[in-house]
Design a binder for this molecule. Structure first.
Ligand SMILES: [Fe+2]
Length: 348
C-alpha cells in the first residue's frame, strides 16, 4: 500500500494508493497542497482516481474541486453533502475500489450531517468524527451530539481495535492512533453513557474557527477564498519595491504613475508624493478617462498591498500591460519613514 500523510498546520490529508494497479485516492485535500498531491502521485507512479471529502469542512479550505478539475476525476462525498461540485455521492456501506484497495464508506454523522469514515484493510480515516484524544465538535452547522454518540459507540468503535486511526486534524503531534488506544485514553470516550456524552458535548463550546463563514462558503459552493483570489492576482502581476518607487518619485521620474486605489479619506490622510487617486471600487468605470494611454507605466498602491495587487491584475486584464503593484502598502511605507504627502503632518 502506498500511503502519504500531508499536514497543513493541524489539518491532515492523505494519499492512499495501490502500487500494483497504479491507482490512488486523496482524502481531504487542502487547497494549498494541490501540487504536492500531484507530485506525490508522480513520485509513487500512481494516478489519482478519486478525491474524497470526509465532510463539509468549516475550518479550512477544501481543495477537492480544484484537484478534481486538474485531474478530471470525481469528487466523492456523502449523499447529504451540500457541495455542488461533488460528482460521486456515496452512502453507508458503499465501497470505492482504489486499485486493489477497498475503501468502505461508514456514514458517521455528528460532527456534521454528511460525515463519513473510510475503512481500508488495517486503517480508518475518521475525518473529524474521531480525533486523537478528542472528537470533532458538534456545535457547528449540522452538528449533533446524539448522532455523534451513535456514530462512535455503535459504529466506529466497534471496528477491529487494532485498526489504525487517521483523523482529519491532529493537534498534539502524533501522526496516528488506534481504536484500542483511543478507547483506553481518549477522555471523551470515557463518557460511555449516552446522556453523559451528549451533556459533555453540549457543554463543550470552543471558540469558532478563524475562517468559519468563509470556509463554509468556499466548501459549500466551490467558490474561492480571499487568499486564493489574492494568490491568483499576485501570479498575474510583477511588483515594484518600495525603495524603487521612492527613488523614482524622488528623481521626479515622469514615466511612472503612482496610483493610490484606497478610499478618499485614506488618500487624503497621506499618500505617496505625486500619487494620483482612483478608488478600487471605481477603477473599471473611470480608468478610460483617467488613463487614455494604455501603455503608461502604473504602479498601484493601497494600505496593505492586497487591494493594489487586485487592481494591478485588473488593469493588466484591461490592457494596461505595464501595470505593476507596489510590493507593500501605505502602512509599511509610513513605517519605513518614507515621504508622505497630505494629511495632518505632511513630510518633505
Ligand atoms: Fe471538520
Amino acid at each position: 500500500m502506498i500511503f502519504e500523510q500531508v499536514a497543513t498546520g493541524g489539518c491532515q490529508s492523505y494519499l492512499i494508493g495501490c502500487g500494483d494497479t497504479c491507482a490512488a485516492a486523496v482524502i481531504d485535500p487542502e487547497v494549498r497542497q494541490l501540487s504536492r498531491y500531484e507530485a506525490l502521485a508522480a513520485q509513487h507512479g500512481v494516478r489519482i482516481r478519486y478525491v474524497i471529502d470526509t465532510h463539509t469542512h468549516a475550518d479550512h479550505f477544501s481543495g477537492s474541486k480544484q484537484l478534481s478539475e486538474l485531474l478530471n476525476v470525481p469528487v466523492v462525498a456523502h449523499s447529504s453533502s451540500p457541495s455542488p461540485y461533488v460528482t460521486m455521492h456515496v452512502d453507508e456501506g458503499d465501497v470505492l475500489k482504489v486499485g486493489n484497495i477497498r475503501l468502505s464508506v461508514m456514514h458517521t454523522p455528528g460532527h456534521t450531517r454528511d460525515a463519513i469514515c473510510l475503512v481500508a484493510s488495517d486503517r480508518v480515516f475518521t475525518g473529524d468524527t474521531l480525533l486523537i484524544g478528542a472528537t470533532g465538535r458538534t456545535d457547528l452547522p449540522t452538528g449533533d451530539p446524539e448522532q455523534l454518540y451513535d456514530s462512535l459507540f455503535d459504529k466506529l468503535l466497534k471496528l477491529d481495535h487494532r485498526m489504525l486511526v487517521y483523523p482529519a486534524h491532529i493537534y498534539k503531534g502524533h501522526c496516528c492512533s488506534t481504536i484500542e488506544e483511543e478507547l483506553r485514553s481518549n477522555p471523551r470516550l470515557q463518557k460511555k453513557k449516552r446522556e453523559e456524552f451528549v451533556e459533555m458535548m453540549r457543554a463543550h463550546s470552543p471558540s469558532m474557527p478563524e475562517h468559519l463563514t468563509e470556509a463554509l462558503r468556499v466548501n459549500m459552493s466551490g467558490g474561492i477564498s480571499v487568499a486564493q483570489l489574492l494568490t491568483e492576482a499576485a501570479a498575474e502581476v510583477p511588483f515594484m519595491s518600495m525603495d524603487e518607487v521612492k527613488a523614482r518619485v524622488a528623481a521626479g521620474a515622469n514615466d511612472l504613475i503612482v496610483l493610490d486605489v484606497r478610499e478618499k479619506d485614506a488618500f487624503d490622510a497621506g499618500h505617496i508624493p505625486t500619487a494620483r487617486h482612483l478608488p478600487r471600487g471605481q477603477l473599471e468605470l473611470r480608468v478610460n478617462e483617467a488613463f487614455p494611454d494604455p501603455t503608461v507605466r502604473i504602479v498601484t498602491c493601497c494600505e496593505f498591498g492586497k487591494i493594489s495587487t487586485l487592481a494591478a491584475a485588473t488593469l493588466r486584464r484591461m490592457g494596461f500591460t505595464r501595470a505593476i503593484a507596489l510590493d507593500g502598502g501605505m502602512k509599511a511605507w509610513k513605517e519605513q519613514g518614507f515621504p508622505v504627502e497630505g494629511g495632518a503632518t505632511p513630510q518633505a
